[in-house]
Ligand binder design. Structure first.
Ligand SMILES: *[C@@H]1O[C@H](CO)[C@@H](O)[C@H](O)[C@H]1NC(C)=O
Ligand SMILES: *[C@@H]1O[C@H](CO)[C@@H](O)[C@H](O)[C@H]1NC(C)=O
Length: 573
């Protein structure tokens, strides 16, 4: 059976038998009860990634408990062993020495006890003194309450920490009468205060107020709820996957271990907003004496705030990599596809390329960049310098595998004089990008990349910039336009956008895109604005895919330098 026939049959099966079982009750995921254990008939290789983390089949979501321990990186993640939709969730486990090539080991945590029999949901790892890792995760217990449990490695001498045990003192944290037992999950990595006590934060909500509930413990077994929240914010809804960590000041890239407090050190607090499915963070200060986190005045605590990524990036989590003294961020990138298509493919969900994160020099936002190790996959290289882009004539970049590539380009704008005026009412960059899509000509921009393109540009995904003139300085907009990414009609092609907080005095702006079959992860302005998109081209796919650089603005734009590499396949099983 051809893949189109297969897709069609799956649609029919879906429409006839399963559509009524769609249910939105549980947790934060749409639940398709009858599809949860629907094993893929075949696994489609089309659109599968070459270097983004993806298991051989089935559904994945949140990255869990990432850690570096005795020279090995561990990635756990939410996994459905039985199907390509959310369900039957367990902690799958892979190990690596370089964050790029991964070997699977057996699942670490799966439902087995009263306190997690209905689900083993997200959580984090903490390395206790004596070099002893412990995981705290959310279990859904026999009465469907969300409770917090501990798991520890069975054998610390096993370099891969393959087996995890759940001590009999579980659960370690139960929701009390003031906590909604259906909205109480995703413990953070724990940290120790100056009093020696451990602290951990659990995501929750009270009515519509998102809350980060703080617990303390002397022994990591008995936990007590603190008098007040670590942090909360009205009208934001359920806070999933909270994350709090320190960052060095002064633009220094060196990472810091969990909850260092000191001169020049700032803190980041991130939540995944269940209502909008977006990750937001603020920059601020965690105060040891009050045990509270206070965002900086200019750092907004709701959906107008800072985002790791303006595209597909959710339930993210960082860890401190003691090996390379850096902080590394992972995020889950879901499909843009329909559920029947996911079932026909036999898989759904990816993890991002791990990103190093640090505080920008301006201390207003974070900067993100793919970990250096990804460069070990770079293969054939193409270089280009000082090339003027003629308006409306896309320049094809040849000589590399355009479906699996790393492209790093710097644009130089001849003059900013004629930049269009920025209307101060344009507060939402995503809406602005949808109004000013890739086909809308401008003065400075749109210019950027057309990736995963068919030869005649019937299909492509465009990542581009526009520059406007505001009262004081210039405003840079970065967009990712998926509207022509695929001839398929029923997939989500929402346009994404973000502003790039860069100074345009040198009239230069950079864009790096990691292109990988059905994912494009882009870093604008040296990693100040990131957009990830998931697309499914149908025409010139695999080794027929094309890459273009373009300018559709009336002002001259030049490629000051471009370096692009074919990427080798990572070993991910
Ligand atoms: C508790 O959380 C669940 C899940 O979000 C929600 O449906 C329910 O209304 C909440 N209960 C109360 C009392 O707020
Ligand atoms: C996943 O993708 C769909 C469609 O592209 C989107 O509507 C949904 O909210 C996404 N995110 C999560 C976290 O489920």
């Amino acid at each position: 059976m051809g893949s189109l026939d297969l897709r069609f049959s799956i649609w029919v099966i879906f429409l006839c038998c399963f559509s009524l079982s769609r249910d939105v009750v549980e947790a934060s995921h749409e639940v398709f009860l009858n599809l949860q254990s629907f094993q893929p008939i075949t696994v489609s290789q089309n659109h599968r990634t070459g270097f983004h983390f993806q298991p051989p089949k089935n559904w994945i979501n949140d990255p869990n408990g990432p850690m570096y321990y005795n020279g090995i990186y561990h990635l756990f993640y939410q996994y459905n062993p039985k199907g390509a939709v959310w369900g039957n969730i367990e902690w799958a486990h892979s190990v690596s020495t370089d964050l790029i090539n991964w070997s699977p080991v057996e699942p670490a945590i799966y439902p087995s006890e009263k306190f997690d029999i209905n689900g083993c949901w997200s959580g984090s790892a903490t390395i206790l003194p004596g070099n002893k890792p412990v995981i705290l995760y959310t279990g859904v217990d026999q009465s469907n309450r969300q409770v917090q449990n501990a798991a520890i490695p069975k054998n610390l001498a096993d370099p891969y920490l393959k087996e995890w045990i759940k001590p009999s003192y579980n659960p370690v944290i139960l929701p009390d009468k003031d906590i909604n037992a259906s909205s109480f999950r995703d413990p953070t990595t724990a940290w120790q205060g100056p009093d020696g006590q451990w602290r951990v934060v659990i995501g929750s909500k009270t009515g519509k107020e998102g809350t980060a509930i703080l617990y303390k413990s002397k022994d990591f077994i008995h936990w007590e709820k603190a008098q007040h929240y670590l942090h909360s914010s009205k009208e934001t809804g359920m806070w999933e996957c909270p994350d709090i960590y320190p960052v060095s000041g002064g633009g220094r890239r060196d990472g810091l271990d969990t909850l260092v407090v000191g001169k020049g050190v700032k803190h980041v607090f991130k939540v995944s907003l269940d209502d909008t499915k977006l990750d937001y963070y603020t920059i601020g200060q965690y105060q040891h004496d009050t045990d509270q986190y206070v965002p900086d005045r200019e750092s907004v605590d709701n959906k107008a705030g800072l985002r790791y990524d303006h595209g597909k990036f959710y339930a993210s989590k960082t860890f401190y990599d003691a090996g390379k003294k850096r902080r590394v961020l992972w995020g889950w990138m879901n499909e843009s596809d329909t559920v029947p298509n996911d079932i026909a493919k036999g898989w759904a969900g990816l993890q991002s390329i791990p990103r190093m994160v640090w505080l920008d020099k301006n201390e207003r936002q974070l900067v993100q960049w793919p970990v250096d190790e990804v460069e070990s996959l770079r293969d054939r290289k193409v270089k280009l310098f000082n090339k003027v882009l003629v308006k409306g004539e896309p320049l094809q970049i040849k000589g590399l595998t355009a479906e699996q590539a790393d492209v790093d380009v710097e644009f130089e704008i001849e003059s900013l004089e004629k930049a269009e005026a920025f209307d101060p009412s344009w507060t939402d960059p995503q809406i602005l990008c949808s109004h000013k899509g890739v086909e809308v000509e401008g003065v400075i921009g749109p210019f950027g990349l057309k990736v995963l393109a068919s030869k005649g540009l019937e299909e492509y995904t465009a990542i581009f910039f526009r520059v406007f003139k505001a009262k004081q300085d210039h405003v840079v907009l970065m967009c990712s336009d998926q509207s022509r990414s695929s001839k398929e009609l029923d997939i989500d092609k929402t346009t994404y956008g973000g502003f790039v907080d860069v100074n345009m005095v040198d009239r230069r702006i950079s864009l790096r895109s990691l292109i990988d079959h059905s994912v494009v992860e882009s870093f604008g302005g040296g990693g100040r604005t990131c957009i990830t998109t998931r697309v499914y081209p149908t025409m010139d796919v695999e080794d027929q895919a094309n890459l273009y650089v373009f300018n559709k603005g009336s002002e001259t734009v030049k490629i000051s330098k471009l370096k692009a590499w074919s990427m080798k396949k990572a070993e991910i099983a």
